[in-house]
Ligand binder design. Structure first.
Ligand SMILES: Nc1nc2c(ncn2[C@@H]2O[C@H](COP(=O)(O)OP(=O)(O)OP(=O)(O)O)[C@@H](O)[C@H]2O)c(=O)[nH]1
Length: 353
């Protein structure tokens, strides 16, 4: 069964990364203009040129970032030149030692913009280069080559890097957990309707692109009200969990089962024709009917009725498929429950054969 529940964790990070980038672009433009003026006055032409270039480039990025659908590329298009310009500022002999303070921004910004993995890689790369430039420029300066200033700078940088990384790791974990909860049914652990609709659209586009079939099963437990009435609501919940477990066990990894609400479940079967889907539905029906919930001295038998539909012959939208599957599910109920109903033409073909 499909378990990639936080499928859009990256997509969810995009608005917050975009907001950080836009704030940075404003700051880079303003700081670039101010520092370029100061450096021009001080006669530091190469650095002033780099700062003007960075400010102009930020203006262009501001325009591009608001329009793009590929934010990841533009995040790199900002951070790599920005950190490179920072390294250049560290390298220029006329820049003061205070410029090295900017290195502390590298781990913070790269984690904010790129997340934990790429953020860490970029942080290590540029802080490493910064350290090499520092040693290159000041290796013969006794003031800076003393153990205490060296340790101060090294440990401070390491602390900022470690805290940025640890914070980002725990932020991503919490975000994934929340995304998972928002897409999962709290009782059975199956996908909920939000996740189901998201996955259906994804699978539908894949089926259209790759010209593969896609089927849907809708199922509803039979006489479930009498389970609640006889054994209590808590036992009813345990039956729902038991049935969900049986469904989950029988499905392929690429299938997605969802609790639609109450005692109704739906399943997406990618790359599956209606006949195969009906065979799966029949196996699910038999599995649930043959595996009652056994709890100490109580045995609760449960059956279910199922309706099956396929994208194409039964329509192209989720609403179309659900409507067809629902109609068939209620035909199954009407025919006595504990059975699978597919399209009429399958029955006709089978009868003719
Ligand atoms: N225990 C429990 N019961 C639920 C939950 N959600 C819905 N139900 C119960 O499911 C029952 C559904 O009853 P009906 O819609 O009459 O359906 P049924 O008894 O299964 O009858 P048919 O569908 O016609 O076979 C109701 O008693 C609901 O209270 C839940 O989360 N837990």
């Amino acid at each position: 069964m499909n378990d990639n529940i936080p499928l859009s964790a990256r997509a969810h990070a995009q608005p917050h990364r975009k907001a950080v980038l836009i704030a940075l672009l404003w700051i880079t433009m303003a700081a670039g203009a101010v520092f370029a003026t100061l450096n021009l006055r001080a006669g530091n032409l190469p650095l002033a040129v780099v700062e003007i270039a960075m400010a102009s480039y930020s203006l262009f990025l501001m325009w591009a970032v608001r329009r793009t659908r590929h934010l990841d590329r533009w995040l790199l298009a900002y951070s790599l030149p920005f950190f490179s310009a920072m390294m250049f500022a560290l390298y220029v002999p006329r820049s003061t030692v205070s410029v090295f303070g900017w290195i502390l921004l590298v781990p913070i910004l790269s984690h904010l913009l790129h997340g934990r993995k790429l953020g860490l890689a970029i942080s290590l790369f540029f802080t490493g280069i910064g350290a090499v430039i520092f040693l290159f420029r000041f290796h013969d300066s006794p003031l800076y080559m003393e153990p205490i200033p060296l340790l101060n700078m090294g440990i401070l940088t390491l602390c900022v890097l470690t805290f940025s990384h640890v914070y980002e790791v725990s932020r991503e974990r919490s975000e994934n957990k929340l995304l998972r909860l928002a897409r999962t049914d709290f009782l059975t652990g199956l996908a909920n309707r939000v996740m189901f609709e998201e996955m259906f659209e994804k699978e539908k586009h894949r089926a259209q692109r790759e010209l593969t079939p896609l089927s849907l099963i809708l199922l509803d437990l039979d006489f479930f009200k009498s389970v609640n009435d006889r054994y209590g609501h808590e036992m009813g919940d345990r039956v729902l969990v038991h049935v969900a477990r049986l469904i989950r066990k029988r499905l392929r990894l690429s299938d997605l089962a969802c609790r639609f609400g109450g005692e109704e479940f739906a399943i997406i079967l990618p790359d599956t024709h209606i006949r195969q889907a009906m065979a799966v539905a029949e196996q699910l029906r038999a599995t649930v009917a043959d595996h009652p919930l056994v709890d100490e001295d109580t045995t609760i038998k449960q059956t279910m009725s199922l309706g099956v539909a396929e994208i194409g012959p039964d329509g192209s939208t989720l609403e179309d498929l659900l409507a067809q599957a629902d109609e068939r599910l209620y035909m199954a109920k009407g025919k006595g429950r504990n059975q699978v109903v597919g399209p009429l033409w399958i029955d006709t073909e089978t009868a003719d054969a």
